[in-house]
Ligand binder design. Structure first.
Ligand code: PLP
Ligand SMILES: N[C@@H](CCOP(=O)(O)O)C(=O)O
Length: 510
């Protein structure tokens, strides 16, 4: 029986568009405990016949895709034991309308000792062997164990840099162990690639099985649509994206256009697009690619496993994530939790979700001690990809935060733009969403919640180049109401040696 199951869940009474919802906890079946004794027993069984080092054993056991040992299925996120679905089913919600979760057979995974998994994952890094050269598929047994390698649609996503923010940490925040996980250094420039490779691969498999899936569709603030269109195009699957008109960056907009998606620019906000795509996917054979679909989170969770791997299985004290639709915080939590449940690490980091003040429904709920959640009308923010007022994964996020003694912080437009720009001055090139997370970190440092020696990871969710327009406006001093403390506008000079020397003397000579 599978072991990963939330042991408590929040249930909303009613789910209207806006308006207060009360949050209540209810207990559900406990996860199957994989205690040390049972692990040891299973490990003995699993490795008794094997000889040689763990690395050699790992080598002999691969490729594991031929194995039927590992498997996963959909179960209600609430933990209801009486409902489950095959991963090959087209389903996004449980019978009562609640979220689903992908549940792995943790007892089967626990047959192998932690050292086996560490060695296996390490061994696959930096290789071109299909599909394990991908940071997601290097953890295939923990993602979608049953899928054939031939069905996988991958751009070798993941394996992103864990940037040591040495100078920013030391000089700006008085910290000595600060890291930025560069999830935006990816094929389409955001962490969405991690989830989309899992989802589109599964769609590819189901279409080959004869499932009538004519296309894949999503609502998007610009990054999900970019990832979906690229992966769908790679697989030759039609894609449809619903975008809120004039609310995403030019760089984001051109991605699905270039990749041949059917792009609908709709006169509403993201929440409006989300409502429409849910209605459309209920009517037409279009597969839903938003993170409401729990398949996406299976890919995204590998970024958390990767962080632990990059730290040689040391657990950071804090992980700070910008939050919008709120799938990613749960995906990270799940990655950390699987590592803990399977014995690769012995604790979880504290999760921090950072929201823009203009789009802060989770922050507001946090301030009530998660007593109630109210969807809001999200206002425009430079962190436009998280301009979301009615996050579909609110239950998942609250669960992850409660399980890790988590924190929610917010940032104003000035705070987020300043934080991104100040960190850029130490060699990064941050998107505004990363700015939100950096601003949250700054506040938590100022409040001494985070200490100078705490090991902290800020998750950078998109590449700064996708948001060049707002960064240019910041440096040009063109943003009303924002001083631009760290603006560094270009100096315009005529083609004249003397004038050039004047500028250099003024700027360089003290
Ligand atoms: C760049 C960027 N950062 C953060 C987020 C927030 O992720 P989530 O919706 O999973 O909370 C999104 C999308 O929502 C995004 O595109
Ligand atoms: N920022 C997202 C918003 C949708 O989130 P999803 O994870 O539910 O797809 C985007 O880029 O569209």
């Amino acid at each position: 029986m599978a072991a990963f199951a939330p042991n408590s869940a929040l249930v909303f009474s009613g789910r209207g568009a806006t308006g207060a919802r009360s949050l209540s906890s209810r207990s559900i079946a406990k996860p199957v405990a994989i205690n040390d004794q049972s692990r040891a027993r299973k490990v003995n069984v699993g490795v008794r016949a094997a000889t040689g080092s763990i690395r050699e054993q790992a080598g002999r056991r691969a490729p594991l895709e031929k194995s039927t040992l590992f498997n996963c299925k959909y179960v209600p996120f609430s933990g209801d034991q009486n409902e489950e679905y095959s991963i090959d089913d087209v389903i996004y919600r449980s019978k009562n309308g609640g979220l689903l979760d992908v549940q792995h057979d943790m007892e089967a995974l626990a047959i192998y000792p932690p050292e086996y998994w560490k060695a296996l994952f390490d061994e696959r890094v930096g290789k071109t062997v299909w599909p394990y050269g991908s940071g997601v598929w290097s953890k295939k047994e923990w993602v979608l164990p049953g899928i054939s390698d031939d069905d996988i649609v991958s751009m070798f996503e993941g394996n992103s840099n864990l940037f040591w923010a040495d100078r920013y940490g030391r000089e700006v925040l008085g910290m000595n162990d600060l890291w930025v996980k560069q999830c935006g250094n990816s094929h389409t420039g955001s962490f969405k690639d991690l989830g989309m490779t899992a989802l589109v691969s599964q769609v590819n498999r189901m279409r080959k099985q004869g499932k009538p899936l004519a296309a894949v569709g999503c609502a998007s603030t610009g990054d999900t649509s970019a990832a979906l269109s690229a992966y769908a195009a790679a697989a030759g699957i039609p894609s449809i994206v619903f975008l809120p008109a004039d609310k995403i960056s030019l760089a984001q907009l051109v991605q699905p256009i270039a990749n041949g998606s059917l792009v609908l620019s709709i006169d509403t906000d993201f929440d409006g697009c989300m409502r429409l795509i849910r209605e459309v996917t209920a009517e037409l054979p279009i597969y839903l690619a938003n993170s409401l679909n729990s398949l996406r989170l299976e890919g995204q969770k590998t970024a958390a496993i990767e962080i632990l791997q990059q730290f040689d299985w040391q657990v950071p004290d804090y992980v700070i994530i910008p939050g919008g639709n709120l799938g990613n915080v749960y995906a990270f939590f799940k990655g950390f939790k699987m590592c803990k449940d399977l014995g690769l690490v012995d604790k979880l980091p504290r999760m921090v979700v950072a929201q823009a003040h203009n789009a802060n429904p989770l922050y507001r709920a946090y301030k009530t001690g998660f007593e109630k959640f109210e969807a809001i009308k999200a206002e425009p923010t430079f962190a436009s990809a998280i301009q979301i007022g009615d996050p579909v994964s609110i239950d998942r996020a609250v669960y992850a935060l409660k399980e890790t003694n988590g924190i929610v912080e917010e940032a104003t437009e000035e705070e987020l733009m300043d934080a991104a720009a100040e960190a850029d001055l130490t060699g990064m090139f941050n998107c505004p969403h990363t700015g939100v997370a950096l601003a949250a970190l700054k506040k938590l440092r100022e409040a001494q919640t985070i200490g100078p020696s705490d090991k902290v990871v800020v998750v950078s969710t998109a590449h700064g180049l996708k948001f060049a327009q707002s960064k240019v406006a910041y440096h040009a001093g063109e943003i009303e109401g924002i001083v631009g403390k760290f603006a560094n506008p270009p100096v315009e000079v005529k083609e004249d040696f003397g004038l050039v020397m004047d500028v250099l003397k003024e700027r360089l000579v003290q």
